[in-house]
Design a protein around this ligand. Structure first.
Ligand code: HEM
Length: 420
């Protein structure tokens, strides 16, 4: 199968306008010298491009706001598909110049749009099949991409890293807009994150207590920033969306927090308005949120509101929720929230996250909750089980545990970044 991917791609006739011009000018449908030249151009255009969403990618490629036109072109981009007048018009709108570089920019975005949305949908639903199932070669050969989801050989996808980040961000966002709430378990290290994913959880968060305590640092004082960021970086390479608890940004100025998040590679972050000695001024917190969303629009920002824990009035929680959402927060998280009417009220403002509690996911979903996190519960349960297991051994028993090989398999599946 890999050898078939090395064969020439189908050739396309020359074209002066519309989709025909695009096809005849891009790397995707070129062979030989034209492919070598256009491939180098494509790689140069992608060099240093940083984007957390497809919109941001369009801007980075010099085509801001182009996604509506791209969505028109993508379904008829392949030469075996008949083109449409709407797609031809879309190409002509975007083709400010008829040169290879302009075609390369449009082509990159077309390739990115269809495949990245397909990958995001597979991540959202846990579908392990390749998002682009087949590709074609000259002579009508159809090649399965089962073993090479990002292709192989000279035409292999040059956008893989970027695509994976954007798809994870897109999938994570979509997981907050479903009829049933997302049950989001919180990990404290690499092994716990991969074990949770292996058990079928489609996304994983981190727990600040777990990360801090594992390093012998007390939680909630902003002292475990280095460790939290190091873990987030490690988990960002996993092939599923990860969201990192960054407390209140560890005392850094807003622009530094924004820059950090833009380059962390995680699909989501939690930022809380609690401070070591009380609550942040809501305006200051809104400015932090706005700075992060400006710099990393594709990263899901879950704004934790700590009023409840600190016994503040109910109105203050709703007021802060509205301010944070106006500043760009994608979701709100009120830890300690259990009262049904207040849950319903806050759930109307934005996707609402609560901690796991007596009510079932179905009951919480009926109240409008979109995300249920376990917070530090799993870490505390693991600690308890560790002690109970040691006690069992001391008392002559053998506790239940994952097998050695099972753990090895979990962490290697997690690092399987060479699947293409
Ligand atoms: C930022 C997003 C993406 C960009 C910019 C991008 C760009 C490209 C480009 C320019 C090519 C043509 C390379 C050539 O012909 O030399 C390509 C090929 C390919 N891409 Fe992507 N792509 C993106 C996302 C994806 C995703 C999410 C997948 C699926 C998992 C994917 C799968 C492929 C495959 C399988 C090929 C090779 C096709 C073949 O050999 O016939 N791409 N990509």
């Amino acid at each position: 199968m890999s050898e078939e991917l090395l064969l020439p791609v189908p050739s396309v006739p020359p074209g002066d306008t519309g989709v025909a011009w695009l096809r005849s000018s891009v790397v995707r449908f070129s062979n030989g010298d034209a492919h070598t030249r256009r491939r180098a151009l494509t790689e140069r255009l992608l060099e240093g491009v940083h984007a957390t969403s497809l919109d941001e990618l369009a801007t980075a490629l010099g085509l801001p706001g182009a996604l509506t036109d791209i969505a028109e072109i993508a379904p008829v981009y392949q030469p075996h598909e008949p083109t449409t007048a709407a797609a031809d018009a879309a190409v002509d709108r975007l083709a400010v110049r008829r040169d290879e570089e302009t075609a390369a920019r449009i082509g990159l975005l077309v390739q990115a749009w269809a495949a990245t949305n397909a990958l995001a949908e597979h991540l959202r639903t846990g579908n392990p099949a390749p998002p682009v199932p087949v590709t074609r070669r000259a002579g009508g050969i159809v090649v399965s991409l089962e073993d090479h989801p990002f292709g192989h050989g000279p035409h292999a996808c040059p956008g893989r890293t970027l695509a994976t980040t954007i798809a994870k961000n897109t999938a994570f966002r979509a997981l907050h807009h479903q009829d049933v709430p997302l049950v989001l378990p919180n990990a404290w290290d690499y092994a716990s994150a991969t074990a949770l994913h292996a058990a079928g959880f489609l996304a994983v968060g981190t727990t600040s207590l777990g990360v801090a305590a594992a390093h012998g640092i007390p939680d909630g004082l902003g002292l475990a920033g280095e460790q939290a960021v190091a873990l987030a970086r490690m988990l960002a390479d996993l092939p599923f969306p990860v969201t990192a608890d960054l407390e209140s940004g560890f005392g850094k100025p807003a622009d530094e927090v924004a820059e950090l998040i833009a380059h962390l590679g995680v699909a989501g972050v939690n930022l809380e308005d609690g401070r070591p000695h009380g609550l942040a001024d809501p305006q200051e917190q809104a400015e932090l949120i706005a700075a992060v969303k400006d710099r990393a629009p594709g990263v899901f920002l879950n704004a934790r509101i700590d009023t409840h824990w600190l016994g503040k009035a109910r109105e203050e929680t709703a007021d802060r929720a509205r301010r944070y959402v106006d500043a760009g927060a994608d979701g709100i998280f009120v830890a300690g929230l259990t009262e049904p009417r207040e849950i319903e009220e806050l759930a109307r403002i934005a996707p609402l996250n609560v901690l796991a509690q007596q009510r079932t996911p179905k009951e919480l979903g009926d109240l409008g909750v979109k995300r249920i996190s376990t917070g530090s519960l799993l870490f505390r349960a693991a600690l308890r089980h560790t002690v109970a297991s040691a006690e069992a051994v001391r008392d002559g028993g053998l506790p239940e545990a994952f097998g050695y090989a099972e753990v090895q398999a979990m962490i290697s599946r997690g690092t399987r970044s060479d699947a293409g």
